[in-house]
Design a protein around this ligand. Structure first.
Ligand code: G6P
Ligand code: MG
Length: 217
């Protein structure tokens, strides 16, 4: 690989931590209470998508029309369920491989940032003791448009003062790969996103990203 990147922007859910199942359980509880059909396949469509946009996807299956106040209350309720799982997270919820790879990237001279649609990003990073790894955090609290819009990644690049072309995005969601591309970034896919033809690079294991990011210093 001839291109030298300077920054790496990581999605959080499904890349550094595996909160996807907690999202599923929390949405499932809410959907069951409301009598709305919901399954793992619908849950896949929620990857990388903001809380309110996720709710709209779930409500596609509902007979009832909800007011915006009712929708806000539903989203809040889901978040309460979700947070009850998050409070149980510990540093052990981050793989040793992930922690070591992040350390190595820092040692190699890369600026590391987070680009996540989640408003719980900072809470999760604190729970698993990863906050200090990142120079900047761009998340659901500093954007108005969620992935596949590139806003969250463009803000992350701005925060670390690098151009999109000099940053690599790591994503597990199709919406995230699209957001990266639209923002002018190169993307590395892991997990579900490896099925996405649009991704520039693909890895099966987190540590493989080191192959694309040689020492800068
Ligand atoms: C991430 C997850 C999505 C989730 C979104 C918002 O992007 O992949 O499934 O809907 O964050 O999360 P939040 O924690 O703000 O509800
Ligand atoms: Mg994700």
């Amino acid at each position: 690989m001839d291109k030298k990147y300077k920054g790496v922007i990581f999605d959080l859910d499904g890349v550094l931590v595996f909160t996807d199942h907690f999202h599923y359980l929390a949405w499932k509880k809410l959907a069951d209470e409301e009598g709305i059909y919901f399954d793992e396949k619908i849950n896949d469509r929620l990857r990388g998508v903001s809380r309110m946009d996720s709710l709209d996807i779930i409500l596609e299956r509902s007979q009832k029309t909800y007011t915006s106040q009712e929708k806000a209350a539903l989203a809040e309720r889901k978040n309460e369920y979700y947070k009850s799982y998050l409070t149980k997270m510990t540093p052990e919820d981050v793989k040793e491989e992930t922690r070591k790879t992040l350390e190595e990237l820092k040692n190699r001279g890369y600026k590391l940032a987070i680009g996540s649609s989640s408003k719980n990003t900072k809470f999760i990073l604190n729970q698993v003791h990863l906050t200090s790894m990142f120079l900047a955090i761009s998340d659901g609290t500093n954007i108005v448009r969620s992935k596949p819009d590139p806003e969250v990644f463009l803000k992350a690049a701005l925060f670390i003062q690098e151009k999109p072309a000099d940053c690599l995005i790591m994503e597990d969601a199709f919406a995230g790969i699209e957001a990266g591309k639209r923002g002018g970034f190169k993307t590395i896919a892991i997990g579900q996103a490896t099925k996405d033809e649009e991704a520039d690079y693909k890895v099966q294991e987190f540590k493989e990203i080191l192959n694309f990011l040689p020492p800068l210093i």
